[in-house]
Design a protein around this ligand. Structure first.
Ligand code: PLP
Length: 479
């Protein structure tokens, strides 16, 4: 492994800034000299390194110096053949990964609950997605795991697929057995692309789940900014594949990235890799211990249950509470926010808390807020809402291609005329946030009954406009 105590990019930027140079180049803030006074104090420190492709600072699109070394250090640490720095988040990485494995009209296997950037990539390129629906987990109330069996079925039905795109871990840090799936795919000569946006720290090893790269994935995208001490939008894409040439990936990484990538973001990646690579197992132990104390504290709150995390399967940096059905998670979360405590996400019955890679030291503040939540005011009780899990087929392709969708006109139909038509909009009840009906899928009678039920229970449907109450947009029949 390369010398992980090095930080070539931040060093190069610092060296340049120390020269107190005169800027006759972009960006227009001229090293911070030209900047609105009302926020100068906030930006000042960063502006001196918000530079452009000057001598000594390398070029992300043709790296030969400090950026190359910083990427190589990351690749060496993650044991990838090549690591690309991304300044457009995992979103850019997902686009590049997918473009590098398929052509218009190709089949690609993908998890139904994938991030929208994956769907966007498939739609843009005009691939034909074959969806795997994860199983519903009663204990957590979430859809998270797909099975080897499902994958085998999908490959058998669509042997010509060009790739498999999996999401690992899910938003809540939950993973599933990936190794057998990757081996099965490789036996069929199919590359496996993993959206590991939430797992950039798994490389630390025990007690974190194993990284997708270590399990044999061909390409892995990680949002450094989500779980590492890195700036928002910084991410990377690792490649180690006998199926996909690095040059092919490079071509698309460059197409999907700005021609003026942010140096503070790239340097932040260099630093995040450095931070991670220099954490000792004792540091990790202290972090986990401090989170255990928070878990114990959270367990004393009567409004929720703390969902237990399984070692090696669930990310210990994530703590999810399941609010009891008679209370509302939004009410509990907004009470916490009033105390200055901001969780990552509040869903129907879940509140997700995400920890950083440093021992948590604010137990006192948390304790006070939770005491107030427990004693000062009891939450309102609500009627329990029994929601049926959304049922979709384990393996399902779209009825028409994205290309056809683009060429067809839309038509609005009332629900009683919708059966048999092809949906022109997706229906994603939230929670659980998994599309129940996808744009391009045929509408069945069961969909209509279930959507009526969702609407009656006033369940929130993502991106839906009022018209879902009475009907839905479909693609007009051809001819
Ligand atoms: C699973 C998953 N993949 C990809 C993304 C996109 O990541 P980014 O925000 O870094 O573009 C997200 C963002 O929330 C995500 O949750």
């Amino acid at each position: 492994m390369m010398d992980q105590s090095r930080t070539p990019l931040i060093d190069a930027l610092r060296k340049h800034a120390e020269k107190k140079p005169l800027s006759f180049h972009v960006p227009g803030h001229k090293n911070g000299n030209v900047f609105p006074e009302q926020a100068k104090d906030l930006y000042e420190g960063l502006l001196s390194i918000d530079l452009t492709e000057l001598s000594g600072l390398d070029d992300l699109h043709q790296p030969e110096g400090a950026i190359k070394e910083a990427q190589d250090l990351a690749a060496s640490y993650y044991q990838a053949d090549h690591t690309f720095f991304l300044v457009g988040g995992s979103t850019a990485g997902n686009l590049a990964m997918i473009y590098s494995i398929c052509q218009p009209g190709d089949f690609v296997i993908v998890q139904r609950n994938c991030h929208k950037s994956i769907m966007h990539a498939l739609e843009l390129i005009g691939a034909r997605p074959v969806f795997l629906t994860p199983e519903f987990n009663e204990q957590t109330g979430r859809y998270s795991e797909i099975t080897v069996r499902q994958l085998e079925d999908a490959i058998q039905q669509y042997p010509e697929v060009k790739g498999i795109v999996l999401t690992y871990p899910d938003y809540f840090g939950h993973t599933y057995p990936l190794k057998n799936m990757i081996e099965h795919a490789h036996d069929h000569g199919i590359p496996v692309l993993v959206d590991e946006a939430h797992g950039a720290h798994f490389v630390l090893g025990d007690p974190f789940p194993t990284t997708a790269l270590a399990l044999g994935a061909d390409m892995v995208v990680q949002s450094a900014h989500k779980m590492l001490p890195a700036m928002t939008m910084s991410a990377w894409l690792h490649v180690r594949s006998k199926f996909v040439p690095v040059e092919q990936v490079a071509k698309y990484v460059h197409m999907f990235q700005s021609s003026s990538p942010s140096y503070p973001l790239m340097a932040s990646l260099d630093l995040a890799r450095y931070y991670l690579a220099n954490l000792k197992s004792d540091d990790v132990h202290k972090i986990i211990e401090s989170i255990e104390d928070v878990r114990t504290l959270f367990q004393s709150v009567p409004y929720w249950d703390v969902i237990p995390g399984k070692k090696g399967i669930d990310d210990p940096l994530k703590l999810t509470v399941r609010v009891k059905p008679e209370y509302q998670s939004k009410e509990a979360a907004s009470f916490l926010e009033q105390q200055g405590i901001f969780p990552e996400m509040t869903a129907d019955q879940h509140i997700l808390f995400v920890f950083g890679l440093k021992p948590f030291t604010e137990l006192g503040k948390l304790k006070l807020a939770l005491e107030q939540l427990k004693l000062a005011r009891s939450l309102d009780k609500h009627d329990k809402i029994k929601r049926k899990p959304v049922v979709t087929k384990p393996v399902q392709a779209l009825s028409i291609s994205f290309h056809e969708m683009r060429n067809r006109v839309l038509e609005w139909v009332p629900w009683h005329q919708a059966a048999g038509r092809i949906a022109a909009e997706s229906v994603t009840p939230y929670p659980p946030g998994i599309p129940f009906l996808l744009k391009g899928e045929q509408i069945e009678k069961e969909h209509i009954a279930a959507i009526a039920d969702l609407i009656e229970k006033q369940q929130y449907i993502q991106y839906a406009k009022d018209h879902l109450e009475k009907g839905i947009y479909v693609f007009a029949e051809e001819g």
